[in-house]
Write a protein that binds this ligand. Structure first.
Ligand code: B12
Ligand code: SF4
Length: 576
C-alpha cells in the first residue's frame, strides 16, 4: 500500500515537520513518501503532481494558511481517482472534524489532535471504530471516537528528518519540547496541558544532524523555548560549541523568565547565532489579564533592553491588535512601550480567532467580530472599529518598511523625538500621508522609500528639515554599500573625489582609524570606501540619544565595512 503525506507550506523556504514525524513514526509499516508544495502553486498543478505518484492513501496536513488549498486539492484527487483514500490531520481540522467530514464527501477520515499514533493505527489497518482521535464515515453516517491522550514520553517519537531531506537554504523546524506552560486564550498551544521534553542527549544528536544539512536556519517550534531554564541553557551551550557559521537559530522565549545568570550567559554568545521572538502582545494589563497571560512587562522590558545592549542576538517583539480592552490609543501605548526597547523588529499582528481557541468562544462577550473563513481575522471589537484596524494595517506596513528594515535609523531617531510626541504618532501621521497620496497602491523599490520619506518631511516642513535631509543621506550611505547617492539626496558637495587617495595615504591613517586593515593595501581600501560630507556631526548610526543632540558642524564621514569613521580633521589637513 502506497502512502503519500502532503504538505502545502506557506512559502518555499518553509518545511513541514508534522508529515516528517508521521512518516518516521510509521516507517516500519508502509511505503510512505512526502510531497511538499507552497500555497502559491495552483491547486490543479498540485493535484496533478500528487495524482502522478499513484498513492493509495493520501494524508494532507491542514493549517490555517493552507486549508482551502488542501480541500480543493483533495476534491480533485478524489474526482480523478474515486478509489483513493483521503485523510486529513492538523490543527485546522482538529477542532471541528465532524463539520469537515459533513461538508466534504471526498474525505474519508480526519485525525484530530496529535497524529503519530492515530495515523500509525490507520496504516496498520485497525478498525476505524477502535482508533482514538479519529472522526470517520461509517455506513453513511459520521462517527467520532474519543480523543487520544498525548504520547507521554516524547523520545518515543523518532527524529523526523532523514538523509533524503534536502534542507539546503531552507528553514528546518525542530521541536525539543511539546506544549506550553502558559494558557493564552487566543492560542492553540493552551489547549494541551503540560510540557514534554526530549532527553538532552537526543536533542544534541538531532541538532548535530540538522547542522550538517546546510539548513539556513533551525527554528525551534517549542512554544516557550525557555520554559525550563536549565534545559534551554544546555541546548544553547551545545549550539554555541558545535554550531556552524552557516546556520542561525530561532526560538520563541518568554522574556520575563530570563534571570540575571541567564543574561550573563546570553552576553557571551556568538553574534547572530540566535534570534529570539518575544510575544508581548500588549502592554495593557487589563488586556493581558483578560487573555490569561502572565506578563511582567517591567521585567520583560529590562531583559529585552539588556539583551539588546549586547548586540549579539536579534530580538523580534510581537504585538497583537484586536485583543479585549485594547483600543486604538491603548495599542499605540503598547507600540510605544516596545519602540522604547528598540528591538531589531517589531511585528504587528492582527488577532485571528482560531478554531479551538478559548477566545473564539468568548468572541461575543468581547464584541469581537471576525471573518468566518481562514484565517479568521478580527474585523471589529468593542474597542476597535474596522476603520481603526485599517489604520493599524497601514501603520504595520510602514513599521515593516521603515523600522524593521533598519534602513532609516538615524532619520527616525532625529525626527521622532524632535517633531512627535511618540513613535506611534509619527507612524500614524506618515501612514496618513501614504494613504492620502495613494502610495500603498504601488510597489516601491528601496530608493523610492527614501525619496518618499524625504518628500513627506519636506511637505510637513518639520523643524530642522535641513538636518533631517542630511540624516537621510547618512542613512542611505550607511545602508547602501556600493551604490552611488541618488540625485534627490545629493546636496552641495557630496563627494570628496580624489582627495580620498591622499587621505588614505596619510601617515598613521590606517594605524589610527582602520587598524584591523593595516595589512590591506590602500588601493584595496579605496575601492570599498565611501566618504561623505555632512553639515551635522552624524557618526554613530546606532546611538539615537546622541544623534538627536547633534552639533551643526561640517563632518566628513568615511563609510567602510559597516563602520563609520570621522575623518574631518584628516581631510582638513589634506585640503590645507
Ligand atoms: C511553523 C509554524 C508556522 C510557519 C509555517 C510553516 C509552514 N510549513 O509553512 C510560519 C512561521 C510561516 C507560520 C505562520 C503562521 N502561523 Co504558525 N505555527 C507554526 C508552529 C510554530 C509549528 C508547527 C509545527 O510544525 N508544529 C509541530 C507539529 C509536530 O505539530 P502539529 O503541526 O500540530 O502537527 C501534529 C498534528 O496536528 C497532526 N497533524 C498535522 N498534520 C497532519 C497530517 C495528517 C495526515 C495527520 C494524520 C496528522 C497531522 O499530527 C502532527 C504530529 O502530532 C505552530 C505552533 C506549534 N508549535 O505547533 C504554529 C501554528 C501552526 N501557527 C498558527 C498560526 C495562527 C499562524 C499564523 C496565522 C500567525 C499569524 N501571522 O497571525 C501565520 C499564518 C501564515 C500565513 N502565511 O498565513 C497556529 C495555527 C492554527 C491553525 N488552525 O492552523 C499555530 C498552531 C500556533 C498557535 N498560535 O496556536 N506558522
Ligand atoms: S501564546 Fe505563547 S505563551 Fe501563550 S499559550 Fe501560546 S505558546 Fe504559550
Amino acid at each position: 500500500m502506497k502512502v503519500l503525506l502532503v504538505a502545502i507550506n506557506s512559502k518555499y523556504i518553509h518545511t513541514n515537520l508534522a508529515v516528517r514525524y508521521l512518516r518516521q513514526y510509521s516507517s516500519q509499516h508502509d511505503e510512505i513518501s512526502i510531497a511538499e508544495y507552497t500555497i502559491n502553486q495552483r491547486v490543479d498543478e498540485i493535484a496533478a503532481d500528487i495524482y502522478r505518484q499513484k498513492a493509495d492513501i493520501i494524508g494532507l496536513s491542514t493549517y490555517i494558511w493552507n486549508v482551502q488549498q488542501v480541500l480543493d486539492t483533495a476534491e480533485i484527487l478524489k474526482a480523478v481517482n474515486p478509489d483513493v483514500r483521503i485523510i486529513l490531520g492538523g490543527p485546522e481540522v482538529s477542532f471541528d472534524p465532524i463539520e469537515i467530514l459533513k461538508g466534504h464527501e471526498f474525505i474519508e477520515a480526519v485525525v484530530y489532535g496529535e497524529g503519530e499514533e492515530t495515523f500509525k493505527e490507520i496504516l496498520e489497518g485497525k478498525d476505524y471504530k477502535d482508533i482514538a482521535g479519529l472522526a470517520f464515515r461509517s455506513d453513511g453516517t459520521i462517527k467520532i471516537n474519543p480523543s487520544r491522550p498525548v504520547i507521554d514520553e516524547m523520545e518515543r517519537i523518532p527524529f523526523p528528518y532523514t538523509e533524503e531531506d534536502d534542507l539546503r537554504n531552507k528553514i528546518a523546524y525542530y521541536e525539543a519540547s511539546r506544549g506550553c506552560p502558559f494558557n493564552c486564550s487566543f492560542c492553540l498551544s493552551s489547549t494541551i496541558k503540560g510540557v514534554r521534553f526530549l532527553p538532552l542527549e537526543r536533542v544534541y544528536r538531532d541538532l548535530s544532524f540538522l547542522m550538517n544539512t546546510g539548513a539556513k536556519q533551525i527554528k525551534f517550534v517549542d512554544r516557550t523555548f525557555n520554559a525550563n531554564k536549565e534545559f534551554a541553557k544546555s541546548i544553547m551551550k551545545f549550539i554555541e560549541y558545535s554550531g556552524t557559521e552557516m546556520t542561525g537559530f530561532h526560538a520563541e522565549i518568554t522574556a520575563h523568565l530570563v534571570d540575571d545568570e541567564q543574561l550573563q550567559f546570553l552576553k557571551g554568545l556568538k553574534k547572530d547565532l540566535f534570534q529570539f521572538e518575544i510575544g508581548v502582545q500588549s502592554t495593557n494589563m487589563q488586556t493581558i489579564d483578560s487573555i490569561g497571560r502572565t506578563t511582567d512587562f517591567e521585567k520583560l522590558k529590562r531583559v529585552a533592553s539588556i539583551i539588546g545592549s549586547y548586540k549579539n542576538i536579534h530580538q523580534h517583539l510581537d504585538l497583537i491588535a484586536g485583543l479585549p480592552y485594547e483600543d486604538y490609543n491603548s495599542f499605540g501605548n503598547s507600540f510605544n512601550d516596545l519602540y522604547e526597547i528598540q528591538p531589531e523588529k517589531i511585528q504587528l499582528g492582527f488577532l485571528k480567532l482560531l478554531k479551538g481557541s478559548r477566545l473564539r468562544n468568548e468572541a461575543e462577550k468581547y464584541g469581537i467580530r471576525f471573518i468566518d473563513k481562514a484565517p479568521y481575522e478580527v474585523i471589529e471589537t468593542k474597542w476597535l472599529s474596522y476603520d481603526d484596524l485599517l489604520k493599524l494595517k497601514d501603520i504595520e506596513e510602514l513599521v515593516e518598511r521603515y523600522y524593521n528594515e533598519k534602513m532609516f535609523q538615524t532619520t527616525l531617531n532625529c525626527l521622532i523625538p524632535d517633531s512627535f510626541g511618540s513613535a506611534f504618532e509619527f507612524f500614524e501621521d506618515f501612514s496618513n500621508y501614504w494613504r492620502v497620496n495613494n502610495l500603498f497602491a504601488e510597489a516601491h523599490g528601496k530608493d523610492a522609500l527614501y525619496s518618499i520619506l524625504q518628500d513627506y518631511m519636506v511637505s510637513r516642513n518639520f523643524k530642522n528639515i535641513e538636518m533631517l535631509k542630511d540624516s537621510l543621506r547618512f542613512d542611505y550611505t550607511y545602508n547602501n554599500k556600493g551604490k552611488s547617492i541618488p540625485q534627490f539626496l545629493r546636496s552641495r558637495e557630496y563627494s570628496i573625489g580624489n582627495l580620498i587617495h591622499q587621505v588614505v595615504k596619510q601617515p598613521d591613517f590606517l594605524e589610527l582609524l582602520l587598524p584591523e586593515d593595516r595589512e590591506n593595501a590602500a588601493k584595496e581600501i579605496i575601492k570599498k570606501v565611501k566618504v561623505e560630507l555632512f553639515n551635522w556631526n552624524f557618526i554613530d548610526p546606532f546611538n539615537s540619544k546622541k544623534n538627536c543632540q547633534l552639533k551643526k558642524e561640517e563632518t566628513a564621514i568615511l563609510f567602510y565595512n559597516g563602520r563609520t569613521v570621522d575623518i574631518t580633521e584628516i581631510l582638513r589637513e589634506v585640503r590645507d
